[in-house]
Design a protein around this ligand. Structure first.
Ligand code: SF4
Length: 429
């Protein structure tokens, strides 16, 4: 979501004459869009500002803006602690960025904007075109979270659940399609909680796929509780919804899920899994795992390993629990480091094994790939399979933005390598 937000911030500040530069020393404005999910997020911001300070030691100081969730969580404190910072803008207030900058340039008054105002933000942003310039683009449809998992800061930094009106989203999708985007990933902290006057995520998927130029639709990140039947059923009727479901489970133990306040059980999760597999056996799952949550015993941990064996997740994320300030689990007793690292290693090995097996099973087979660009060294092209796996092959510039058939010769854990076998049949997944 921060990638989407950063692009939208750039689209916005262009209106008052700013351009993106790759060179630090060229900048007269430095904006850091921050994420609070990772460990020590706050310290990382101050250390990054320290680095920028050094770069500008003998030069004119740039305007320094901290945006995103750390800005939201820290607000005034950032201006007090680090005088090099000029403006602090939370994730629901970045539509005010131009006024805030202009006001600062005129009056040199430091300011913090951290109101939760998603409605005005998206109304404002809908008037500014999303110039992503890529084949695959994110599109935020929902923000915030009302779930309050005990380990998570999102409900405090992104505010309550808010769904954008469908018209705004469809206009943005059409603009993206008209400007070369062929794959849209619908974004939200709780994307499948999307609901606007009875119009749900399933309706949105079916509406977006009516755009001829859009070849693929994805959505992330979901909560098992909001995996409603209409969304499950849409896998039957949709032609463009990709068969990869990213559905965070966090733990394979009902006891731990309860301690985490996840509001779903493993039985609920498996029910969704089996229903979707019945609709289309090619649907794969990926997930997020939070390892060594306070109170996690050996049996709980083994249950997580068993779930991984059962579901055979691909492309998953796994982390050791670390407390976030202001959350319910902030002061719980931590599991010792040795056990935590051993568990993480075992989980990752199990996940990697699934990934390697899955990729190997594709060798000598043909996969459909949406071609995104050349590789960095420009010698090959790359794209993604239906299951989001990177594929590198010998395509041409004219293939970019198209769906091609690639025969896979080789694979490793994260990438498939092959050659185009049939470029004429550009059937949609
Ligand atoms: S549902 Fe996701 S975003 Fe919301 S509190 Fe839980 S982990 Fe955080």
């Amino acid at each position: 979501m921060n990638e989407y937000d950063s692009n939208r911030i750039l689209d916005t500040v262009k209106k008052i004459g700013y351009e993106k530069t790759e060179k630090y020393d060229d900048a007269n404005c430095y904006l850091l869009n921050t994420c609070h999910i990772r460990d020590k997020a706050k310290e990382k911001v101050y250390s990054e500002i320290g680095r920028v300070k050094k770069i500008f030691r003998f030069k004119k100081k740039p305007l320094v803006i901290i945006a995103g969730c750390v800005a939201q969580a820290e607000n005034q404190e950032m201006l007090r602690r680090e005088p090099f910072i000029d403006l602090v803008i939370g994730p629901q207030a970045y539509h005010k960025i131009n006024d805030t900058i202009l006001n600062y340039v005129e009056k040199k008054r430091k300011l913090e904007e951290t109101e939760f105002d998603a409605v005005t933000k998206f109304e404002y942003l809908s008037k500014i075109k999303n110039k992503v310039g890529k084949v695959s683009s994110f599109l935020t449809i929902q923000e915030g979270c009302d779930k309050f998992c005990h380990f998570c800061v999102v409900p405090y930094t992104r505010g309550p659940e808010y769904s954008r009106p469908p018209r705004q989203i469809l206009d943005e999708a059409k603009y993206l399609a008209d400007n070369g985007v062929r794959e849209i990933t619908l974004l939200g902290q709780n994307v499948n909680a999307y609901e606007s006057n009875g119009f749900r995520l399933s309706d949105l998927i079916l509406s977006i796929e009516k755009l001829n130029d859009i070849k693929r639709v994805r959505y992330t990140t979901s909560h098992p509780k909001d995996m409603t039947n209409d969304l499950i059923e849409v896998y039957k009727s949709s032609n463009k919804l990709m068969p990869l479901v990213h559905l965070p489970v966090q733990s394979g133990s009902n006891r731990i899920l309860k301690l985490m306040n996840r509001n779903h059980s493993i039985e609920n999760y498996l029910e969704i899994f089996y229903k979707l597999k019945e609709i289309n056996s090619k649907i794969e799952f990926s997930s997020d795992f939070l390892i060594a949550y306070p109170g996690e015993g050996n049996k709980d941990f083994e249950n997580t390993l068993n779930l991984i064996k059962k579901v055979k997740f691909i492309n998953s994320y796994s982390y050791i629990f670390s407390p976030r300030p202001g959350t319910i689990s902030e002061n719980l007793d931590l599991i010792d480091k040795k056990t935590s690292f051993e568990r993480l290693e075992r989980i990752q090995n199990a996940l990697f094994e699934n990934q390697i097996k899955k990729n190997r099973s594709l060798e000598n087979n043909i996969v459909e790939v949406l071609v995104e660009n050349f590789t960095e060294d420009k010698t090959k092209t790359f794209g993604r399979s239906n299951h989001m796996t990177s594929v590198i092959f010998d395509g041409k510039e004219s293939d970019i933005g198209k769906i091609v058939q690639v025969k896979i010769h080789k694979s490793n854990r994260s990438t498939l390598f092959g050659e185009i076998v049939d470029n004429s049949n550009q059937k949609v997944a």
